[in-house]
Ligand binder design. Structure first.
Ligand SMILES: Nc1ncnc2c1ncn2[C@@H]1O[C@H](COP(=O)(O)OP(=O)(O)O)[C@@H](O)[C@H]1O
Ligand SMILES: [Mg+2]
Length: 234
């Protein structure tokens, strides 16, 4: 209760608001594959072969761990991170998930994680008149959540409502003490969205080049070599 003009009025406390945001974004969770992943699980030696990939991976890892360490300052600056590389399998989802997990573990931060496609589809699902959640309620939660991780930005087909929803979410988040962490297969300037969205993302997140090399492929290669080796020798 709070006094307002001599009257006592009920106000929502922070924790109630936090719970409401979590409920509305309950679909937005870190993928099971990465649910316990930490930044130390992002390996470099033996995982990337090209010199340029090793250099990029070192910058990615260092910026991720420093970002977690200086989270309070980054939040006050309203700055997130934007990891990009054209190559799939290069560790972007692993890295953004690890940052999310560490922010939860170290600061009990409120973290929600979704691919851009999942987020937009969830918003579209609310257009249905039978939907439990109203469109503005879900968008409101995406605007206010303390840490929003948007994976695979720019990878989905742009539909009629895409620009409006992304603009609405980014335009609110850029002005609040919340942060957004993105992964994408393209640079911010090459995103298939309106300039008004790209210019906001440019301000709200620091772009970082992720390696242009697939760890998934080299892991598969290594595994197959080991199995073949054991078939031939064992
Ligand atoms: N630096 C890394 N250290 C350890 N495993 C990695 C690394 N990069 C990628 N992987 C593994 O390779 C696979 C693909 O990584 P992912 O993060 O999904 O790539 P991207 O999101 O860039 O497509 C995952 O199984 C992940 O665990
Ligand atoms: Mg990915």
């Amino acid at each position: 209760m709070e006094e307002e003009g001599g009257r006592l009025v009920a106000v929502e406390c922070d924790c109630r608001e936090l719970k409401l945001i979590n409920t509305k974004l309950k679909f937005a969770r870190i993928d099971q594959e990465f649910c316990g992943t930490m930044i130390s699980d992002y390996k470099i030696k033996g995982y990337y072969k090209k010199e340029s990939s090793i250099e990029n991976a070192m910058i990615c890892k260092k910026s991720a761990s420093e970002y977690v360490r200086r989270f309070g300052e980054m939040k006050a600056k309203k700055k997130g991170l934007y990891f990009h590389s054209k190559r799939a399998g290069s560790g972007k989802t692993l890295l953004v998930s690890a940052i999310g997990n560490e922010l939860i573990r170290r600061y009990k931060a409120q973290v929600r994680f979704a691919t851009a496609g999942e987020l937009l589809d969830a918003i579209r699902a609310t257009y249905n008149k039978d939907s439990e959640l109203k469109t503005h309620e879900l968008i409101d939660a995406a605007k206010k959540v303390e840490v929003l991780i948007i994976d695979d930005l720019g990878q989905q087909k742009v539909k009629a409502d895409t620009n409006d929803h992304l603009f609405d979410i980014c335009n609110y988040r850029i002005k609040s003490d919340v942060v957004t962490i993105f992964s994408s297969n393209c640079k911010i300037e090459d995103l298939p969205y309106d300039y008004r969205i790209k210019s906001r993302i440019q301000r709200m997140a620091i772009p970082i080049q992720a390696p242009e090399e697939s760890v998934r492929e080299s892991l598969a290669e290594r595994e197959n070599e080991e199995v073949l080796d054991s078939l031939l020798t064992g």
